[in-house]
Design a binder for this molecule. Structure first.
Ligand code: BES
Ligand code: ZN
Length: 845
C-alpha cells in the first residue's frame, strides 16, 4: 500500500447498501455497493483490493475513476463535494486465502462440501466491497445476498434476516460500526439457540460434520458471557442477536464480528462426553474474549490500528475476568499464569522486541506488528496490573463512563486512561506509560547489603541486550508494608534487614500474586529464607518462584545447575500449575543432555524420581470426584514418566491402546495424546501410521486431530517421516491452518529435524504463497527458533534467513529469533557440564 494518507479525511460514509451475488461453483461474485456519505473534496478515494470495478456513479451520474490493487484504491472525481450517493458495480473471485469472502472445505459422510464465510480484520473488507476501510469510518450497513442456494442451506450475518425476495436475502440494517466487523456466512449449517435474561438471541452454528451435542458447551458459555458483560460493563448488548459460528478453515483463532463471531472449530466445539478441563477453559476463554470485544472493540473501536493493543490486550484480560466469574472453580487466573505470563516474560526479554503500543501509518505494516506475546499477553498483564492497582469497582465505573462517552465511535489509549483515571483518582496514564511505550521489563533485585534490605531495577535480557537505563513504575506488592506501593527509582534502601525480618515475621517477598510484569532476583539469604517456608506459599507464588529462577538462568544471572537440586522440593505438589511449571523447567534440561547417552539416562532417572509417586497416586484413568488439580496434573506426570521410560507406565499406556484399538477417539481425552504417542514411539509400524493418518482425515474432532498430530510427528522411522512430510502440502490431509503444528512436531523430533528443516527451506515460496498474506507466516520462524540449539543450526538459520531480512513482514522476527537461538547455544555450551553434573548428583542422592 503505497499511499498512507487516511481516505476517511476526504470522504465520510454514513450508510452502505451492499448487494452480493455469489457463485460458489464458478468461485466468483458480483457486487453492487451504494454508499451515502459526505465528500470533503471532489477528488476522493475508496478502498478496494482485487475487485474488478465496472462502473462508478455519483448521484446517478457516471464519474471518471481508476483503480489499482497496489494502492488498494479506487480514485474518483465527483462533480461536487458535500452529500453524495456513490454506486460501484464490480465483480471478483473467491480465493482460498482465508481472507475476504472465502470457502471453507469439509467432508460429511465422505461427501465434500463447502461453507462460505468472511474474515475482514484487519484490511480485507475491501476485498468484498469498496468503501472507507478504516476503523474510524463507522457507518450503518444493509446487506443483501444472493447465492447459488440449495434446499437446506442457511445464511447468517451480523443482524437478523429481514426478508427474502427473488432469492435475495435482505438483512436488517446494522448499528453504526467499522467495516472490519461486517460478516456473513452460508451453507448447510446446524444450530442451537438460547435467550439471555435481557432477550438477546444467542445462536451457535457449525457444519453437519459435527455431532449436535458439540454445540452445547459454547451455547451455554456464550449466553452466560453476554449476561455477565451486560452487568460488568453496565451497558446493554445493543444487537438483537449474538451468533457464534465454527468455520472449518480459519486463519486466526476467532474473530469478533459484531453479532456474528467466527471461530476455528477447535476453539468452539467440544464433545461433552470426552473432554478435558483444559479444553473447556480454552474454549471458554476464546468465547469470552470475542464477546468482550462486542463492547470493547465493536461498540467502542480503536481510532487507528496503532491502538490495536487497546482492543486485544483488553479482551485478553477480560476473558479471564469473565470465565473466573462464570466458573470460579476452574481457577482460570492460574491458567493465566501458565499461558500468558511465561509467553510475555520470555518474548519481552529479547532485545529488539516491539513495545505494546507501536506507531504505525501504513496498514500493510499492521500485521507485522502483531506479536501475540506482546500485544495480547504483555498487554493483558499490563491491564491486570492496572486492575490490581485500581480495584474492580473503580475499573467498572471507569469503563462505564468510557463506553458512554465513546459508544458507536472511536477511542485511543489515552481516552481509556482518562476514564480510568477519573474513576480512581490516579494518574493511570503516567503509571502505564513506561509499560506501554517501552519494550522489555525489569528484573527487581532484592538483596541484603551491609545489613540493609535493598531493591534495585534493571532491564532484563535473555541474550545480548543494549542497556538503555530504562526505569519502570513498578507496582511492588511487597509483603512488608515498609516497601512503597510503586517503585520507580533505580534503587532503594528499605532499612535494617534483621529488624524488618523480625518485625514482619516472614520472608520478604515482592510481586506477591505475580501481577506485575517483572521478575524478581533474591540474593542467597533471602531466597533460602523463602525456600525454607515454601509450604506457606500458595500455588501461584510457588510457580512464580520456579519461573523467575528459570528466566534468571536463561538470562545468565544464575546457573541452571543451581535450579536442578531445587526441583524435588516441588515434586509432591497437589497443584496443577506448580506441576506444570516444575516440568516446564525440567523439560528445559533436555537441552543440555546428549540424546541416548549417559547424560540423557540420568535426566530420565531424575524425571522418574520426580514423577513416580504422583503417577502411582493418580494412575491413567480419572477417579470419581477427583479435584481439578489432580485432573490437570495427571497428563503432566504421566508424560514425565514416559520420558523417563518408566516400564510400568509404558506398559499401561500400551494396554490402554489395545483396549481402545478399534475406537481410539474414545480414549480419555486427557491422556489420549500420550497413549497414541507412546504407541507410535515404542511400537510404531506402517500399519499404525496408516490407521492414524486415516483417522486424522476422517474425524471432525479437533482434539483428536491434535492428539494424532502430536503422536505421528514423534515417529522414529525415517521412512514414515518422509511420508509425513509428503503430506504437508496436501490440503486434503493437512489443512494449511493446521500445518504449523505438524511442522513443529517433526522439527522437534531428533529423527525428523533435518527432513523438516530441508522441507521448509525448499518449500519456502510455497509456504509464502499459502500463508504469506497472513500474520501466521512469521510464526513459522518463531517455531524454528524455539527448537534449534546448536551452533551448526544457528549458522544454517542465518544462511537461510538473513537474506530474507529485507522483507518487512519478516525482518523483526528473523533478527529476534537469531538472538534467541544464539543465546540458547551459548547457554548450553557454557553450562552443559555443570548442569549434567548437578543432574548426576541429584539422582545419586
Ligand atoms: N480480533 C482478533 C483476531 C484478529 C486480529 C484478526 C488481528 C485479524 C487481525 C480476535 O479477537 C482474536 O484476538 N483472536 C485470537 C484468539 C483469541 C481468543 C486470543 C486469535 O485469533 O489468535
Ligand atoms: Zn481479540
Amino acid at each position: 500500500m503505497a499511499d498512507s494518507t487516511r481516505f476517511y479525511e476526504k470522504f465520510q460514509p454514513v450508510h452502505y447498501d451492499i448487494y452480493l451475488d455469489i457463485d460458489r461453483a464458478a468461485k466468483h461474485f458480483k457486487g453492487i455497493t451504494t454508499i451515502k456519505g459526505n465528500a470533503v473534496d471532489t477528488k476522493i478515494a475508496l478502498h478496494q483490493k482485487f475487485l474488478n470495478v465496472a462502473s462508478v456513479q455519483a448521484d446517478g451520474q457516471d464519474v471518471p475513476f481508476s483503480f489499482s490493487d497496489h494502492q488498494e484504491a479506487i480514485q474518483l472525481e465527483l462533480p461536487h463535494s458535500g452529500d453524495v450517493e456513490l454506486k460501484v458495480v464490480y465483480d471478483a473471485k473467491l480465493t482460498d486465502t482465508m481472507m475476504g469472502i472465502y470457502p471453507s472445505y469439509y467432508t460429511v459422510a465422505g461427501q465434500k462440501k463447502q461453507l462460505i464465510g468472511t474474515q475482514f480484520e484487519t484490511t480485507a473488507a475491501r476485498q468484498a466491497f469498496p468503501g472507507i476501510d478504516e476503523p474510524e469510518a463507522k457507518a450503518t450497513f444493509s446487506l443483501a445476498i444472493k447465492y447459488d442456494e440449495q434446499p437446506g442451506e442457511t445464511i447468517i450475518a451480523n443482524m437478523p434476516e429481514d426478508h427474502v425476495e427473488n432469492g435475495v436475502h435482505y438483512f436488517q440494517e446494522t448499528v453504526k460500526m467499522s467495516t472490519y466487523l461486517v460478516a456473513f456466512a452460508f451453507g448447510e449449517l446446524q444450530s442451537k439457540f438460547a435467550k439471555t435474561k435481557s432477550g438477546v438471541e444467542i445462536g451457535v452454528f457449525s457444519t453437519k460434520a459435527h455431532q449436535p451435542k458439540e454445540l452445547d458447551f459454547s451455547l451455554d458459555i456464550a449466553k452466560r458471557a453476554i449476561e455477565f458483560y451486560e452487568d460488568f460493563y453496565q451497558t446493554p448488548y445493543p444487537l438483537p442477536q449474538s451468533y457464534q459460528l465454527a468455520l472449518p478453515d480459519f486463519s486466526a483463532g476467532a474473530m469478533e464480528n459484531w453479532g456474528l463471531v467466527t471461530y476455528r472449530e477447535a476453539y468452539m466445539l467440544l464433545d461433552p462426553d470426552n473432554t478435558t478441563l483444559n479444553q473447556k477453559r480454552l474454549i471458554a476463554t476464546v468465547i469470552t474474549h470475542e464477546l468482550a470485544h462486542q463492547w470493547f472493540g465493536d461498540l467502542v473501536t480503536m481510532k487507528w490500528w496503532d491502538d490495536l493493543w487497546l482492543n486485544e490486550s483488553f479482551a485478553n484480560m477480560m476473558e479471564y475476568v469473565a470465565v473466573d466469574a462464570l466458573e470460579p472453580e476452574w481457577n482460570v487466573w492460574e491458567m493465566f499464569q501458565t499461558s500468558e505470563v511465561p509467553m510475555a516474560l520470555q518474548r519481552d526479554a529479547t532485545d529488539g522486541v516491539q513495545s505494546v503500543h507501536v506507531a504505525v501509518d501504513d496498514p500493510a505494516e499492521i500485521d507485522t506488528l502483531f506479536d501475540g506475546a506482546i500485544v495480547y499477553a504483555k498487554g493483558a498483564r499490563m491491564l491486570v496490573m492496572v486492575r490490581a492497582l485500581l480495584g474492580d469497582d473503580a475499573m467498572r465505573r471507569g469503563l462505564k463512563n468510557y463506553f458512554a462517552a465513546h459508544q458507536y465511535g472511536n477511542a485511543t489509549g489515552a481516552d481509556l486512561w482518562q476514564a480510568l483515571g477519573e474513576a480512581s483518582g490516579m494518574n493511570v496514564g503516567q503509571i502505564m506509560e513506561s509499560w506501554l511505550e517501552h519494550p522489555g521489563y525489569p528484573v527487581v533485585e532484592v538483596k541484603v547489603e551491609d545489613g540493609k534490605l535493598m531493591l534495585s531495577q534493571q532491564q532484563f535480557f535473555i541474550g545480548d541486550g543494549e542497556e538503555k537505563s530504562r526505569l519502570w513504575q513498578i507496582p511492588l506488592n511487597a509483603n512488608y508494608n515498609q516497601a512503597p506501593a510503586i517503585f520507580s527509582e533505580q534503587s532503594l534502601v528499605l532499612g535494617d534487614y534483621a529488624q524488618l525480618r523480625k518485625q514482619n515475621g516472614r520472608p520478604f517477598r515482592v510481586n506477591v500474586g505475580d501481577n506485575s510484569h517483572v521478575i524478581v532476583k533474591y540474593d542467597e539469604t533471602l531466597l533460602n529464607d523463602i525456600l525454607d517456608h515454601l509450604d506457606e506459599l500458595g500455588a501461584i507464588d510457588q510457580l512464580q518462584l520456579l519461573q523467575d529462577l528459570r528466566l534468571l538462568a536463561e538470562g545468565r544471572q544464575i546457573s541452571y545447575a543451581q535450579i536442578v537440586p531445587l526441583l524435588s522440593r516441588f515434586k509432591d505438589s497437589r497443584s496443577g500449575i506448580v506441576n506444570e511449571m516444575l516440568y516446564h523447567v525440567a523439560n528445559s534440561l533436555k537441552n543440555f543432555v546428549q540424546p541416548a547417552a549417559k547424560t540423557e539416562r540420568q535426566l530420565q532417572q531424575l524425571f522418574d524420581q520426580l514423577s513416580v509417586k504422583q503417577v502411582q497416586r493418580l494412575g491413567w484413568l480419572s477417579q470419581k470426584d477427583e479435584s481439578n488439580d489432580d485432573q490437570l496434573t495427571r497428563p503432566i506426570v504421566l508424560s514425565a514418566a514416559l520420558y523417563a521410560q518408566n516400564r510400568d507406565t509404558i506398559k499401561q499406556a500400551q494396554a490402554l491402546f489395545d483396549q481402545y484399538q478399534d475406537h481410539l477417539a474414545d480414549l480419555p481425552a486427557d491422556v489420549r495424546g500420550l497413549v497414541l504417542a507412546n504407541e507410535v514411539k515404542n511400537y510404531g509400524s506402517q500399519e499404525l501410521f496408516d490407521t492414524l493418518l486415516a483417522d486424522y482425515q476422517k474425524t471432525a474432532d479437533a482434539g483428536f486431530k491434535q492428539d494424532i498430530c502430536a503422536a505421528l510427528t514423534k515417529t522414529q522411522d525415517d521412512q514414515l517421516i518422509a511420508q509425513l512430510i509428503d503430506r504437508f502440502e496436501d490440503a486434503d490431509t493437512i489443512k494449511p491452518q493446521d500445518l504449523r503444528a505438524w511442522f513443529r512436531g517433526v522439527l522437534a523430533n531428533d529423527h525428523g529435524q533435518q527432513a523438516a528443516w530441508d522441507w521448509i527451506q525448499q518449500e519456502w515460496s510455497w509456504l509464502e504463497k499459502t500463508v504469506g498474506g497472513d500474520m501466521e507466516f512469521p510464526t513459522y520462524i518463531t517455531v524454528i527458533s524455539r527448537i534449534f540449539k546448536t551452533s551448526q543450526r544457528l549458522a544454517e538459520f542465518k544462511r537461510f534467513f538473513t537474506p530474507k531480512e529485507n522483507d518487512p513482514m519478516l525482518k523483526r522476527e528473523i533478527q529476534m529469533d537469531e538472538k534467541v537461538i544464539a543465546s540458547r547455544v551459548e547457554l548450553i555450551e557454557s553450562e552443559q557440564a555443570a548442569v549434567n553434573a548437578a543432574i548426576a548428583k541429584t539422582v545419586a542422592e
